[in-house]
Design a protein around this ligand. Sequence first.
Ligand SMILES: NC(=O)c1ccc[n+]([C@@H]2O[C@H](COP(=O)([O-])OP(=O)(O)OC[C@H]3O[C@@H](n4cnc5c(N)ncnc54)[C@H](OP(=O)(O)O)[C@@H]3O)[C@@H](O)[C@H]2O)c1
Length: 278
Amino acid sequence: MQVDRTIGFIGAGNMAEALLRGVFAAGVLRPAQCTVTNKNNDERLARLARAWAVRTTRDKALLMAESEVVILAVKPHDMPAVLSEIAPYTTARHLIVSVAAGVPCEAIEGCLGAAPVVRAMPNTSTAVRASATAIASGRLAGPDHLAIVRTLFEAVGWVGVVPESMLDVVTAVSGSGPAYIYVLAEALVDSGEQAGLPRDLARALVAQTILGAGKMLTETGEAPERLRERVTSPGGTTMAGLEALEQGGLRAAVRAAVTRAARRARELRSAPARTPAS
Ligand SMILES: NC(=O)c1ccc[n+]([C@@H]2O[C@H](COP(=O)([O-])OP(=O)(O)OC[C@H]3O[C@@H](n4cnc5c(N)ncnc54)[C@H](OP(=O)(O)O)[C@@H]3O)[C@@H](O)[C@H]2O)c1
């Protein structure tokens, strides 16, 4: 599906470029629809203009005038400055999309007035168009706004719609989730090497195993417990390994990781949410 709107990107970093790559590859947008700005990195803007044929500018008034959808792809601590810079040019016809973790829609609406706001929580797999992204609408955003944001983020992976109150837990599960999987990958590679495999071979085996397990989950639609049961024969090797994981407290550790990461998301939310209007 194509998005028939002009899009302004405020922030030209990893997330903005991953989105550009995804939306062009998926044919959701054309370069002529996109204007990009950042804070002061001229070289980066010039590179994006060359690589993606997008318009770039340092003039936020111009970007806001040219864009119907404005994607705020800046770090949470830069949000207060960005919101005060664009507030004079924001109108009810804009759709504001924020990917900044922990900055509530209410805080953005408090600065930008009548513009509808949607928050998106993607993860780093956006870079390979395999993100798990949750989107949540603010007070003024309706189904049409959510549909636009869904289409944009579906170009870089899977998208689910959630109430904003769930975003802290989403952050703890799928936002931080890739890092949990990387720790598991690290431990498997180290263990394989210690048990006699060459490190390169262990890495290749582990990467493909994680990719394959992810594909089994997404393509079969089966619950993880069903897939686990199916590969676990009584008295077999997998069962022996799983018993060691259970004895080592894997489930309790994962539960603690999610609880702590969600708590940290709540703590961070109360810090950067101090926007100019709040
Ligand atoms: N990368 C990911 O995979 C990922 C995943 C989930 C969520 N996110 C979220 O996405 C957001 C962006 O992350 P990122 O990784 O893309 O960060 P990044 O690579 O550090 O890029 C941040 C961008 O914001 C720009 N910026 C800062 N202040 C600005 C201002 N006042 N006006 C205009 N531009 C401004 C920076 O410009 P200069 O370079 O000129 O300073 C830079 O282009 C963050 O909130 C992050 O939490 C990212």
